[in-house]
Design a protein around this ligand. Structure first.
Ligand code: FAD
Length: 327
């Protein structure tokens, strides 16, 4: 019976698994090198919308399960989860609404709605000046990571879970033998921990700017240059980038370009930058790894990493899947 569980990693994947196992009566402990805002999860915006992760079928199933749980959490403001109108645009072509999003209410937005996308932000020019050709809108959960990660950590503690920070394991077997089962939620760290050369760091840089009055929807354009403006409770996240790189240092030239493009689309004066953040999306070329493996000491590890740009979007669906594997 594997009921003493050690989780490696305190990002959104580790915390969500932690909550799920601790609340279901398992003796659960999290061990992590970094916690809270130091993790990649702390750099995300984070919308519940699949991006830069595979395989498509599994991702959609995990995302829909997560979407459902997050809708429940959005009724309590203390969780940091809220529902937001996401407006996704294309500069290049007629945008395709993903089939899974249609039953959730996704609908095409016309050129005039492109103008309205910038909600009540003053000075609305002609749609053309945004450079967007087409778009769609969908209500999605938004996790304000400055609140949501603390909420998960506190819910984990309340359920009896313990967290040990500043611990770096070389291999899963390094987890003490007080535990029967290891869950590997190490994100990019799994490249070393599980010797997985399939993991590729998809570097993302964002600029945190002060709250923008009247901006009530999230605006995203995936065509180059990647652009998004995501309003949160106390600030706004301007993005972004997606390059294969391990470099965790913010690049000031990139920050300038991000702020310039977002300000152009929103038709506002360039705001001051409160903070720059860089995170490495743990993209795995062969797709999210969610499977059980035997360790050399006879115990088992369940891998749950490689979520790319969708760690939040897949978090509850994947945690349930990990739980099913244990069961
Ligand atoms: C700019 C940006 C924007 C994003 N926007 C979104 C979004 O809108 N929606 C969305 O769903 N996702 C988004 N993502 C992706 C999302 O942030 C990641 O998929 C997610 O954070 C991965 O979470 P994780 O818990 O698996 O890994 P991480 O958050 O990286 O956590 C890994 C944990 O493992 C620990 N660890 C690693 N190796 C070891 C070791 N050897 N020993 C001990 N501990 C170890 C780390 O210290 C850390 O605690 C974005 C990412 C970026 C960078």
């Amino acid at each position: 019976m594997e009921n003493r569980v050690a989780i490696v990693g305190a990002g959104v994947s580790g915390l969500t698994c932690g909550v799920l196992f601790a609340e279901r009566g398992y003796q659960t402990a999290i061990f992590a090198k970094e916690t809270g805002q130091q993790t990649t999860s702390g750099a995300a915006a984070a919308l519940c919308f699949p991006y830069d992760a595979g395989p498509a079928d599994a991702v959609i199933a995990w995302a829909l399960a997560t979407y459902k749980t997050l809708i429940g959490l959005s009724s309590d403001a203390r969780t940091g989860v809220s529902m937001i109108d996401l407006r996704q645009f294309s500069r290049a072509c007629e945008i395709r609404i993903p089939a899974w999003a249609i039953p959730l209410g996704a609908h095409r937005v016309s050129a005039s709605a492109v103008v309205n996308a910038v909600c009540a932000v003053p000075k609305r020019p002609h749609a053309d000046s945004y450079g967007f050709k087409s778009g769609f809108a969908l209500k999605v959960p938004l996790m304000d990571t400055t609140i949501y990660l603390d909420y998960l950590a506190s819910r984990f503690r309340t359920a009896g879970g313990s967290t040990t920070a500043n611990v770096r394991f070389e291999k899963p077997e390094d987890v003490g033998d007080a535990f029967d089962l290891v869950i590997n939620c190490a994100g990019m760290g799994a490249r070393e921990l599980a010797h997985d050369i399939d993991l590729e760091p998809h570097r993302g840089q964002v600029a945190i700017v002060p709250k923008i009055d009247n901006l009530q929807c999230a605006i995203v354009c995936d065509d180059a240059p990647l652009m998004y403006a995501i309003p949160r409770k106390n600030d706004c996240v301007f993005g972004g980038t997606n390059d294969v790189s391990d470099n965790l240092n913010p690049d000031p030239v990139t920050t300038k370009a991000i702020v310039a493009e977002c300000s152009r689309v929103l038709e506002i004066e360039k705001p001051r930058v409160v903070r720059e953040r860089v995170g490495l999306r743990p993209f795995r070329k062969s797709g999210v790894r969610l499977e059980k493996e035997k360790l050399s000491d006879g115990r088992s590890v369940i891998h749950n990493y490689g979520h790319g740009g969708s760690g939040f979007t897949l978090s509850w669906g994947c945690a349930e899947n990990v739980f099913e594997i244990v069961g």
